[in-house]
Design a protein around this ligand. Structure first.
Ligand SMILES: C[S@@+](CC[C@H](N)C(=O)[O-])C[C@H]1O[C@@H](n2cnc3c(N)ncnc32)[C@H](O)[C@@H]1O
Length: 313
């Protein structure tokens, strides 16, 4: 991993904040940098807290619940992890390189009565095991988000990611909101952007299955291309190729439709299913002039395309 110097980090954050709000942010940043220490040389981002109303919105967007496990990368005073535990009963942890922030976060957890649900570790976010997470939150920087992106995309499909203010480059968010925030940067206010993604399953490749249509077994072969959560492809059925319509991926859920001639008549197919590695299990709705039915759908991947999701790193 390429590390930026503390001054370099400050310059990047400074530039990003300046674009957003001006003097209040600059004053806060100056304060953050005044407390230089050995660990500070490793900082990827200085401390700027997410306003509480943005924290609440981030948790709502991710629909956190008591069955989630939330990890905040660069957790500051622990407000995101503590708020999720207090409001929704969510377990989780935060990591931060700054020991002062870790002490504040532990004190805040104690005061909120959620110390049994959450923990805070003085640790580099790049050395943190993310595999336990069902939700990851962050308020970092564009280049840090991009550096994290390949690891995030390798997490379990369905893992939700929420980022305050900064995107993940060309990985389009599944949802994005903008809000005016009164106490942004502890002062005159400004705008906050919240980005939300769901880690998509990796589905690129060739998939095959059979369906019993009007008493005859019919073979299907679909070839899927994928870029993040966006998929496209064609299906071969009865010796013809047809483009997939409305292809959709959300986490491990996949869906698409097409109309193809089967047994001499046009038949509309609407598929929806759950991806697990090289298998999809779900349902298909068939509708044609001679046939209306619903069947189980079980597909197997017979060839993977090299992938798919993030070739950049
Ligand atoms: C912009 S603040 C966000 C704090 C908190 N997540 C929030 O939203 O209120 C970024 C935090 O990341 C921490 N940080 C910066 N680089 C880090 C790294 N490499 N590993 C862990 N924490 C880091 C900083 O100390 C700071 O507290």
């Amino acid at each position: 991993m390429q590390r930026t110097s503390r001054q370099g980090v400050a310059d990047i954050f400074f530039a990003n904040l300046k674009r957003r709000s001006g003097r209040a942010a600059i004053a806060l940043l100056a304060g953050a940098l005044a407390t230089a220490a050995a660990w500070a040389a490793e900082l990827s981002v200085p401390y700027v807290p997410t306003p509480q109303e943005v924290v609440e919105r981030m948790l709502e967007m991710a629909k956190v619940s008591r069955s989630d496990y939330l990890i905040d990368l660069g957790s500051g005073d622990g407000r995101i992890v503590v708020s999720a535990a207090q409001k929704y009963g969510t377990r989780g942890f935060g990591v931060d390189l700054n020991p002062v922030r870790i002490a504040e976060a532990n004190a805040n957890a104690l005061q909120a009565g959620v110390s049994d649900k959450v923990a805070f570790y003085q640790r580099d976010l790049f050395d943190t095991d993310l595999s336990q997470a069902t939700v990851i939150t962050m308020y970092l920087l564009p280049n840090v988000n991009l550096e994290l992106r390949p690891r995030v995309l390798d997490l379990k499909p369905g893992t939700r990611i929420v980022s305050h203010d900064f995107s993940m480059g060309d990985w389009k968010p599944d949802n994005k909101v903008q809000m005016e925030v009164r106490d942004k940067y502890g002062g005159p206010g400004g705008q906050s952007d919240i980005y939300f993604w769901v880690v998509p399953a990796k589905v690129a490749g060739t998939w095959q299955w059979q369906l019993p249509v009007s008493g005859k077994s019919q073979a299907y072969e679909v070839s899927l291309d994928q870029r993040f959560q966006e998929i496209s492809g064609t299906v071969k059925v009865g010796g013809r190729s047809v483009k997939l319509l409305n292809p959709k991926m959300r986490g491990d859920q996949i869906g698409f439709s097409f109309t193809a001639e089967v047994n001499g008549a046009p038949l509309k197919h609407e598929f929806s299913g759950k991806v697990e590695d090289d298998a999809i299990a779900g349902r298909v709705v068939l509708s044609g002039s001679r046939l209306q039915s619903q069947l189980d759908w079980n597909a197997k991947r017979t060839a993977a395309k090299s992938a798919a999701v993030d070739k950049r790193r």
